[in-house]
Structures are given as structure tokens and as C-alpha cells.
Design a protein around this ligand. Structure first.
Ligand code: NAD
Length: 326
């Protein structure tokens, strides 16, 4: 009989972490999920659920009371553009996330866990490569010379390097994925930390047919979005491979925010007008470049954006309806 594999998922009370726990459980792992908060949507099916602050190294150390084969480090102080790009939370974002990464790497090393996944971000890419909404360049090697457009991006870049030093000096098998706008059910959909697809789904769900929704900026800024199940599949492939990364985990199906609104309105079966208002925007264009991940892992998203949006809209619409009924 093969021994059951064991994993810690940091950030298991969060959106992607909750889905990753489910995937590891499906694959037969024993999973310990840790987060500073409980999962907002009860998507935490870990064998052992720990509520703790990963900025505290004693909390991290206590997670290793049994042999752990793999660590998935997804915990970070983050949010949507409204939280990350106003500048008001920069010190907290950098301080909190760096501490979590320092602690989890060091305690993994001290306890003999060699394999650790780190979730980096498309926000590491230089701003100057993302000025043209029709032609952003996010190939992995373009990250240097570095010039991310946010402190959140700088923290991710520093932490990537931190993980790589633990590989170089201690032989740890680190794996680094750069996520590009992951979305799906059970993500934050209201309250200011939600990302664009969730915010658009909520606004469309709340609007009357023929109504109007507000969008920050001119809506011509472009992005691509990856459905969460696809993201988790890519993470698992990366962990099973001998490729360290950093590698993009995203979709190349780029569209403007205005077109995203039209797609969601179409799914909802509503006529929606867009009112453009001032707000934090981020870069003009961002798209994943999947050449490297296709070459190294044979991975690409398996389904079109619209299918993931349909599932997400359905979930958010049911939340909006139950709030309106309450
Ligand atoms: P999320 O905010 O839902 O999950 C992060 C979790 O980390 C939260 O549940 C939060 O409570 C937890 N956390 C924060 N500080 C903590 C602490 N001190 N101790 C313990 N737990 C703490 O975000 P997500 O969308 O699931 O993202 C997961 C990871 O992927 C993050 O590292 C994020 O930076 C990265 N990422 C996500 C996206 C995306 O589109 N969702 C894009 C790029 C990178």
C-alpha cells in the first residue's frame, strides 16, 4: 500500500486555497488547511482546519507536528484593485505577506518538508510592458529589469527570489506560479476586495434589465481571466513536474472590461448600459503568455472564458437573490 501523502495549504480559508484543498482531497491527500479566518463560504474541507496567524512563526512551526510532504503557500494580504492600488494599504501588504513567506519557508525547511509551492502574481511584470491594451507583454523573462506597478507586485517579486534562494542554498524543491486574474464561485464578490469578474457579475445581477452599471475608467483596459479549476489543475501539474518556474498560470483569452460586461450581460440575458466613473485602474493591458507553461507542462486552459463566467454568474446571482429576499 502506498503511504497517504500529506499537505499544508496556507490560505485555505481563501478563494483559491479552498478549491485547492478540495482538489488535494479528491486526489487522496491528508490536508491541513490554515488561515487567519474561516472560509467565508464554508469551502474548507481539509482534514484538519487550523485558524492561526502565519505572521507568527510559532503558529507556522506548530503546523509540522507530523511529517508533511508538500506545502502550498497561498496566504497573502491582498484584495481587488480597490484594496491594493490606492496606496493606503502598501505597508501592511508588504509587511504581512513577506512575514508569512519568511516563516513558512523557514519552518518547512527546519521540519524537512522539501516541496513548497508559492503563488506569485502577474503583478510582478513591469508597467512599461503593459501600456498598450492590445499588445501587453507578460512572457516570464520580461520581468527584469523590474518595475511592477504596485507594492503588491514588488512583494511578490521579492518573495519569488526568496523561494529561489531556498532552492539554491538548501536544495528545497520550490515551485512558483504567477497567477493571472483567477475567478470563480466561492470567491470574494462584494465588500471592496472583489476582483473584476466577480464585481461585474454582482453589478449585472443587481441591475434591472435595461439598467446601468458603473465601471472604473473607460473600460478599454484589457485583461484575461482564468477559471479557478483550471488554475488548480496547473498548480498540481507544476508540483508533479521537476520545473521550478516562475511560470505564468493564466489564460490568453484577452478582452476589454467593456467586453467582459457585455459577456456577463449576455449570460444574464439583460440589456446593460455602462457608466464610466473615475477609479483605480492598474495597467492598461495584461494578458498571460502561456508559451512556457505549454512547453514545460503541456498545460493550457481547457475551456473558454464564457463557461467559467456562466458558473460564476450563477453562483453570484444566487447570493444577490438570497440577500434581496432576506
Ligand atoms: P484570498 O484573499 O481569498 O486568500 C488569501 C488568504 O490568505 C485569505 O483567506 C486570508 O485570510 C489569508 N491570510 C492573509 N493573511 C494571513 C495571515 N497572516 N495568516 C493566515 N492567513 C492569512 O486570495 P486568493 O484569490 O485565494 O489568492 C491566493 C493567492 O494567490 C494569494 O497569494 C494571491 O496573492 C495569489 N494571487 C491571486 C490572484 C487571483 O486572481 N485571485 C492573482 C494573482 C495572485
Amino acid at each position: 500500500m502506498t503511504k497517504q501523502k500529506t499537505a499544508i495549504v496556507c490560505g485555505a480559508g481563501g478563494f483559491i486555497g479552498g478549491h485547492l484543498v478540495n482538489r488535494l482531497k479528491e486526489e487522496g491527500y491528508w490536508v491541513r488547511g490554515v488561515d487567519i479566518k474561516e472560509h467565508e463560504h464554508d469551502n474548507n474541507h481539509a482534514d484538519d482546519v487550523v485558524t492561526g496567524d502565519l505572521r507568527d512563526i510559532n503558529v507556522c512551526q506548530a503546523l509540522f507536528d507530523r511529517p508533511i510532504d508538500e506545502v502550498y503557500q497561498l496566504a497573502a494580504d491582498m484584495g481587488g484593485a480597490g484594496y491594493l492600488f490606492t496606496g493606503e494599504n502598501d505597508a501592511a501588504v508588504m509587511h504581512n505577506s513577506v512575514l508569512i513567506n519568511l516563516n513558512m519557508l523557514e519552518t518547512s525547511r527546519l521540519n524537512g518538508t522539501k516541496k513548497i509551492f508559492y503563488s506569485s502574481s502577474a503583478c510582478v511584470y513591469p508597467e512599461h510592458n503593459q501600456m498598450d491594451p492590445n499588445n501587453p507583454d507578460c512572457a516570464e523573462h520580461t520581468v527584469y529589469p523590474a518595475s511592477p506597478d504596485s507594492e503588491y507586485g514588488w512583494e511578490k517579486l521579492f518573495s519569488e527570489r526568496l523561494y529561489l534562494t531556498y532552492h539554491k542554498n538548501y536544495g528545497m524543491e520550490v515551485r512558483i506560479g504567477r497567477y493571472h486574474n483567477i475567478f470563480g464561485p466561492q470567491g470574494t464578490w462584494t465588500g471592496g476586495k472583489e476582483k473584476v469578474p466577480a464585481a461585474v457579475c454582482r453589478k449585472v445581477a443587481e441591475a434591472e434589465d435595461g439598467g446601468e452599471i458603473e465601471i472604473w475608467g473607460d473600460g478599454k483596459q484589457t485583461r484575461s481571466f482564468l477559471y479557478v479549476a483550471e488554475c488548480v489543475e496547473a498548480v498540481r501539474r507544476l508540483m508533479k513536474s521537476d520545473f521550478l518556474g516562475p511560470v505564468n498560470i493564466g489564460s490568453e483569452e484577452m478582452l476589454s472590461i467593456n467586453d467582459l460586461v457585455h459577456m456577463v450581460a449576455d449570460i444574464a440575458g439583460k440589456e446593460i448600459r455602462i457608466k464610466h466613473i473615475p477609479g483605480p485602474l492598474g495597467v492598461r493591458g495584461r494578458n498571460s503568455n502561456n508559451k512556457l507553461i505549454a512547453e514545460k507542462l503541456g498545460w493550457a486552459p481547457s475551456r473558454p472564458l464564457k463557461e467559467g463566467l456562466e458558473k460564476t454568474y450563477e453562483w453570484i446571482n444566487s447570493k444577490v437573490n438570497s440577500l434581496q429576499e432576506a
